[in-house]
Design a protein around this ligand. Structure first.
Ligand SMILES: [Fe+2]
Length: 335
């Protein structure tokens, strides 16, 4: 007689995929496998020329079309350009707004120098791209948020991220202006998340295309506020799910949409393997060819597309004073 065996089993906490033969870079778990150095984790990104497609040929920004209303000075071949000849304090007419938008979609982050504008003028410029949003979770209110860094408050935004991806509809864009800054240091680095995606091996792109990941605001924000504030943030902004690769709603580009600050885990993946996959993808965003580094001066403005880039605020100027003011433009749910 066959012994009776239990036929029911508690469901695993996280549904996991079946174990299968290693086939992706994050499945290579160490030197003990006898692999050459270039095949081991952390070394799997190969050298040589990158595929640096600044803009897709199908893009509405019409690559190659000249700019007539201002000068465009590229700060890298791929991402980031300084715009000369535009006063952000003056009213934007439709022609200038449209041409700036074309440059913005092409370069993903635009920089302006010597903009001695008020907060109201900064908000007015931002409104050219949509509704402003309440951006500071700990001090709710639409409009300008001021960040003061000094001996009592060091810059801690020195980790790669897109802003506020723990929200269901993360902001579309930001306009940041420097009022006071150190003589040297305090740069911001931006990375092109479409280039990061384009340069992944084909089998990795195929593997991550259908995946989704959990993003959580409270884990990060909670470190800097009181327990009561953290509880409020957690209840107001519970963890959300976004695609690992999002489609830019205006350009159609596929962009890597996981980041080291807000992304918690990949859904339906063994947690340990999922973390290795995330670490692999985070490293891909750190490749210098996808980046531009901007050195601020008082009056400098950066206007970035939060759907297209991630950024890293270099925290090398402590205890110097650095004051910035930021406006956020509301975004859509990533798909
Ligand atoms: Fe940020």
């Amino acid at each position: 007689m066959t012994p009776r065996v239990a036929t029911t089993q508690a469901a695993p906490k996280h549904p996991v995929e079946p174990r299968e033969a290693p086939s992706l870079p994050w499945d290579i778990v160490g030197a003990e496998a006898g692999l050459s150095p270039a095949s081991r984790p952390g070394r799997a990104i190969q050298g040589g020329p990158r595929n640096l497609l600044r803009i897709s040929p199908a893009d509405p920004a019409s690559p190659g079309k000249p700019y007539e209303l201002f000068e465009v000075i590229p700060l890298s071949p791929l991402v980031g350009a300084e715009i000369r000849g535009v006063d952000l304090g003056a009213a934007l007419d439709a022609a200038l707004r449209d041409e700036l938008n074309r440059a913005w979609l092409e370069w993903k982050v635009l920089f302006f120098r010597d903009q001695w504008i008020s907060g109201a003028q900064q908000e007015e410029f931002a409104r050219g791209w949509g509704e402003l949003e309440q951006q500071q979770l700990t001090a709710p209110g639409t409009g300008i948020t001021r960040y003061v860094k000094d001996a009592g408050n060091a810059g801690w935004e020195n980790a790669w991220h897109a802003d506020m991806t723990g929200r269901l509809e993360p902001a579309k864009a930001f306009v940041l202006r420097l009022g006071v800054g150190p003589d040297a240091g305090g740069d911001t680095i931006f990375t092109d998340a479409a280039a990061a995606y384009d340069n992944l091996p084909a089998e990795v792109r195929a593997a991550i295309d259908p995946l989704r990941a959990v993003h959580d605001l409270s884990a990060t924000i909670g470190r800097f506020v009181t327990p009561e504030e953290a509880a409020r943030v957690r209840s107001e902004f519970p963890p959300v799910v976004h695609p690992v690769v999002r489609t830019h709603p205006e350009t159609g580009r596929r962009t890597l949409f996981v980041n080291s600050v807000f992304t918690d885990r990949i859904i339906d993946m063994d947690p340990e393997r999922g973390e290795r996959a995330l670490q692999y993808l985070f490293r891909q965003l750190q490749v210098p060819e996808y980046q531009v580094r901007f050195s601020w001066r008082p009056g400098s403005v950066a206007f970035w597309d939060n759907r297209a880039v991630q950024h890293y605020a270099v925290s090398d100027y402590f205890p110097a004073l650095r004051i910035t003011e930021r406006v956020a433009i509301a975004g859509d749910r990533p798909y």
